[in-house]
Design a protein around this ligand. Structure first.
Ligand code: NCD
Ligand code: ZN
Length: 420
């Protein structure tokens, strides 16, 4: 029996682009390289396009349930696919929050059959609730040490200590929003510079330092904003996640609420240093921290506007545009966007290898487009990257199913929870 589908063309395999054939059966990659038996459908992608592993975004907020005016799992996962992302990990600060077995089970039931990409859910760590019971249901745990959207702050060393034993026993990763809430100020804010003053980098580094007793545990520090935090987290054996926005936008002067995000955008030097660390390979992975709020909510006065920036649809396309212009190597994008997050969270995804899920994103690096909110699919309806150059995918397959073709979304709700 031949494969169901063969993709023929240049593909990122074993760390480099090579001309090859990828055989897919039952959603899995069954061979790489020329094969005698080539039954089934065949897609020849020609000479100008390349096949990359689908993106794995370890950090999105799809707002479902409870805040579906901002996003829902349908629009969020369409955005993901249209940005070359084939699997997302969704954060637990939904309404109600996913913080115990019952709420995670309810959330899973609600999402079943509604996603266009694969996904996993985080369960939130909270005081006086053991994470053990929800462990088999979640892709990972999330700890919020700083207050942000949602009400699941747990910035208490005793509560953290109590939870850690169960987390360790579960074998799951703990992703941490590392901003020490006790070091955050609450002065009136007019712009991103004020927001930065209220949420200093010391809050981040201090939160990470407080996790030193858990050195070597499977801890992932989310949206790291400074090279100092990166170095500390790495020295403790933690994985590190950065966002694109912290590497390309600084707090600037007079930047409005559309750039308001937690942790805040830093000053220019800090931002540049983070971007350099990323280029040097000192970061484990990139996550979008796709945190949509509606354009209306973001047009409020700065102080009362919610924090969060949409990004699931733009991260990989912008990075690929940087590859096109020779700013960063392809290897870095494949590692940061796909291989590393899949490895960190133990998924059978993230690289083009026999036995892995056939999650593939195909791009034509000659086709740069300008980003405009109107061509994006999030309910957010705005993007901080308006006018930026990007290379959007031409075709996307999730476990062998074509979800996007000729640059147009054509998917079905075949996305599955990676935990089942
Ligand atoms: C996130 C949100 O809106 O859910 N906001 C943000 O600024 N990043 C929450 C979070 O991850 O802090
Ligand atoms: Zn987040």
């Amino acid at each position: 029996m031949g494969p169901d589908l063969v993709i023929a063309g240049r593909a990122f395999v074993g760390g480099e682009l090579k001309d090859t054939e990828i055989g897919i059966t039952d959603g899995k990659i069954v061979f790489i390289g020329p094969k005698a038996d080539r039954g089934g459908d065949r897609i020849d992608i020609g000479t100008s396009r390349i096949v990359l592993p689908g993106g794995v975004d370890p950090h999105v907020h799809f707002r479902d349930p409870g805040m579906t005016q901002k996003e829902d799992f349908g629009t969020g996962s369409i955005s993901a696919v249209c940005g070359g992302v084939t699997c997302v990990l969704d954060m637990p600060n939904t309404k109600p929050p996913a913080l115990d077995a019952d709420s995670v089970r309810d959330k899973k039931a609600r999402l079943r059959g509604r996603s266009y990409c694969d996904y996993g859910l985080f369960g939130a760590i909270s005081k006086n609730r053991s994470p053990s019971k929800m462990a088999p249901l979640v892709a990972g745990f999330k700890l919020f040490m700083g207050s942000t959207t949602g009400e699941i702050l747990t910035n208490d060393d005793t509560a953290i200590y109590k939870a850690m034993k169960d987390i360790e026993a579960s074998g799951k990763v703990l992703s941490v929003h590392a901003e020490d809430d006790s070091l955050l100020l609450h002065e009136y804010e007019r712009d991103c510079t004020d927001h930065l003053r209220n949420r200093p980098a010391t809050a981040e580094v201090n939160a990470i330092r407080r996790l030193s007793p858990y050195k070597g545990m499977k801890i992932n520090i989310c949206h790291v904003t400074t090279s100092e935090s990166l170095a500390l987290a790495s020295s403790l054996g933690f994985t590190t996640e950065v966002t694109l926005h912290h590497m390309v936008f600084d707090a600037g002067t007079g930047r409005g609420a559309k750039f308001k995000v937690n942790p805040p955008l830093r000053d220019r030097k800090t931002m540049e240093s983070l971007y350099r660390s990323f280029g040097e390979g000192s970061v484990t992975m990139i996550g979008s921290d796709h945190a949509p709020h509606t354009a209306d909510e973001k047009s409020q006065e700065f102080d009362s506007a919610p924090s969060g920036i949409p990004g699931v649809e733009t991260t990989m396309p912008i990075l690929l545009n940087m590859v096109r212009s020779g700013t960063i190597p392809m290897q870095l994008v494949a590692e940061m966007c796909s291989a590393a997050p899949a490895r960190a969270f133990g998924m059978n995804k993230g690289s083009i290898e026999v036995g892995k899920d056939a999650d593939l994103s195909i791009f034509d690096l000659r086709k740069t487009e300008q980003i405009g909110a109107s061509r994006l699919h999030s309910k957010a309806g705005y993007t901080p990257y308006e006018g930026w150059g990007a290379v959007f995918p031409n075709m996307v397959l999730v476990r062998g199913e074509v979800q996007l073709q000729d640059g147009e979304f054509c998917g079905e709700t075949m996305g599955e929870d990676i935990i089942g």
